[in-house]
Design a protein around this ligand. Structure first.
Ligand code: ATP
Ligand code: MG
Length: 351
């Protein structure tokens, strides 16, 4: 290749690279305010990704209804809370499209088409759904929408041709399910009309609740919220599960399963300092009161500016609605195009 041709090809390559950014899609159920698990599990990554990727974030109100059909107010009243949380951590609507699941009809239509490609047995095998069902009081009456929500997530991901999904580890089975649907549909279409996706896990893919018993989760009410005030943070840290056998300060303590150290690893900016604390704790001579004090200071510092920003955003509801409206409108074309190609694959494109 001559140097001139090489130069042109280099420019062309760069142009293609800047025009066709990789697509990121992620979202949150509108079932409550966002918490520290969201922050380290996914939100921090989204803030970083928005500069180099084409990112869409979906407020999943329909998915929120799948276990709240009898209490829809829980979902409708939390939509703007979630948007305020996004803005508070630094998601910028100029860089990231923020949209509302129920305002994009193609997502529900795609769910309907994909449902024909997934068996009930496959849905029942999904470990996250299984776990969640066990933790809820559905009894024998599991809502159909709840069992099938992994299909609706596949619709969300594929509708935006997303290839990168920043999530916590509870979402890995959803990504696997999405890729199965993609392969089945491409086989039917005899063409690569949908793209497969991959997860992006953070260094804390599952932040435990403060009692260490389960994952921090909106629906379980075991959260430190991004909006939590100083007193609530202090109370939550004081109640944290540590090592039940670490009775006296001079006793050697255990790090594994000790929520205070899990949180210090997740939130403290100085990992060498945390490593040193771990050595001292394991040797004996460092009390739980002291480690909790260090953690509390760190969480107060992390959450104060987020809380203050959030207070400002939540006080302007009209602005939050406008952000969602613009983002949802922007999402119609692309999702309708994907829906069109799925309908064609099924031969349902008479007009
Ligand atoms: P719900 O209890 O209603 O399901 P949730 O707290 O589990 O709410 P979701 O809206 O289901 O939150 O999850 C949104 C995103 O945040 C997902 O990518 C999920 O993996 C991630 N996430 C949620 N909780 C945690 C956690 N404790 N640690 C790490 N990531 C989390
Ligand atoms: Mg969840």
């Amino acid at each position: 290749m001559s140097p001139m041709v090489q130069f042109r090809s280099h420019i062309l390559h760069n142009q293609i690279h800047t025009v066709k950014k990789e697509k990121v899609l992620t979202g949150d159920r509108a079932t409550g305010q966002l918490h520290l698990g969201h922050f380290v599990g996914s939100l921090q990554q989204r803030v970083a990704l928005q500069n180099d990727y084409e990112q869409t974030i979906l407020v999943a109100d329909l998915q929120g209804l799948t276990d709240n059909g009898h209490n829809p107010h829980k979902v409708s009243s939390n939509i703007l809370n979630v948007v305020a949380d996004y803005l508070a951590v630094g998601i910028d609507p100029q860089k990231t499209t923020i949209c509302l699941q129920s305002a994009i009809p193609a997502l529900s239509e795609l769910t309907m088409y994909y449902s024909n490609l997934v068996s009930v047995a496959r849905l029942q095998r999904n470990p996250t759904v299984k776990n969640e069902i066990a933790g809820k009081s559905f009894g024998g009456s599991i809502p159909t929408g709840f069992l099938t929500y992994p299909i609706s997530q596949a619709a969300d991901i594929t509708a935006f041709r997303a290839t990168l999904i920043p999530v916590g580890d509870d979402q890995l089975p959803m990504i696997e399910q999405t890729n199965e649907i993609v392969r089945k549909l491409n086989h039917i279409a005899q063409d690569d009309i949908l793209v497969e996706c991959r997860p992006l896990l953070s260094k804390v893919p599952r932040l435990p609740s403060t009692d260490g018993k389960s994952k921090m989760s909106k629906s379980m009410g075991n959260c430190i919220l991004l909006s939590s005030g100083e007193k609530d943070i202090s109370k939550a840290v004081k109640s944290m599960y540590t090592d039940p056998n670490h009775l006296a300060v001079e006793d050697p303590g255990k790090i594994e399963g000790n929520v205070v150290f899990t949180y210090l690893d997740a939130f403290h900016p100085d990992s060498a300092y945390v490593d040193d604390l771990k050595i001292r704790y394991q040797k004996g001579g460092l009390g739980d009161g002291a480690t909790k004090k260090i953690l509390e200071e760190c969480l107060q510092e992390t959450l104060k500016p987020i809380r203050e920003r959030r207070d400002t955003f939540i006080s302007d509801k009209a602005q939050l609605i406008e952000i969602l409206r613009i983002g949802s409108e922007k999402s119609q074309d692309e999702s309708n195009q994907v829906l069109g190609s799925v309908k064609r694959a099924f031969g349902l494109n008479l007009f």
